[in-house]
Design a protein around this ligand. Sequence first.
Ligand code: BYC
Length: 327
Amino acid sequence: MTTTVTNPGSRVDDAAGERLFNEIIARDSRIEPRDWMPADYRKSLTRQISQHAHSEIIGMQPEANWITRAPSLKRKAVLMAKVQDEAGHGLYLYSAAETLGTSRDRMTEDLIAGKARYSSIFNYPVLTWADIGAIGWLVDGAAICNQVPLCRASYGPYGRAMVRICKEESFHQRQGFEILLELANGTPEQRAMAQDAVDRWYAPSLMMFGPPDEESPNSQKSMEWNIKRFSNDELRSRFVGMMVEQIRVLGLELPDKDVRYNEETGRWEHGPLDWNEFREVLAGRGPCNAQRMERRREAHEEGAWVREAAAAYAAKQAAGRATAKVA
Ligand code: BYC
């Protein structure tokens, strides 16, 4: 009997491994790092989880830029906590992706080299304080809608990381909603600023869910494998329904006259989205792509001494343990 080499860590041959894998997926249970898994499953998960991790890390930039300009000490503390949470999310996700066999260094190199994707949403500019509210409400709102089903993803480390991430995302969404609510009930200028931010972030947040289903090459396999539970369009439609309720409380308007509930399909519908703009952003030609990547590269270079110090410390600790063993 041959032992597989394509799936490091597993102790079964490919045929038995595949049978077991299919059984686990069929009973909606979990695949763990040492289990046999198809090479495409490993590859697709590494792709999705690493993109997600990069999004969290790049996603810190637009908001971090506003920490010094937050209008009160309370807002500053809350925003700082949110940005720190995002760093934490990036780290849980890199760790989850590493269990699939790709190192965090490698994933970071791919990002720095411009070979890896991160969410389109972070390539838009944050022009006013109200944008911080809109990001929390719309961007984190979309993230929750997309990510709650991922808590049930078939790959154990990803699903478990998502549980904690989603808890923190709900706090992020609430803080954004609260900022917008306060502005919407403030002076006419503040109210106009809140509406303007919602107007600009609405369409990009709908695009976060990915291309329309018929143009989504990864969805089918991902759903068969119980990684994704719902299609891009299904989740987008749910999100529109969530916003319709909440915008009423804000007393603002969604910049989309075509939003309606379709009784026949049971889905919320929205107006047309500019998918050319989405493709341009994905191709690196969005309003802030160059700036985000440049900042990420700088931060990586500036952080080199921290990585060197950590490696030197780990080597010293290991040498100390080896000496203690000999003695
Ligand atoms: N932006 O076949 P599809 C956050 C790519 S972080 C860029 O439908 P899939 C937050 C896609 O990767 C938000 N690229 O793909 C952080 C694929 O390209 P490749 C991030 C996108 O994977 C800080 C191609 O288009 N959330 O919330 O089935 C502060 C075809 O797409 C996008 C996650 O990453 C996009 N919007 O579905 C605040 C969640 N959409 O890889 C908030 C986890 C698609 O074949 N990820 N592409 O070259 C997912 O749920 C899925 O990966 C997606 C896409 C729904 C995003």
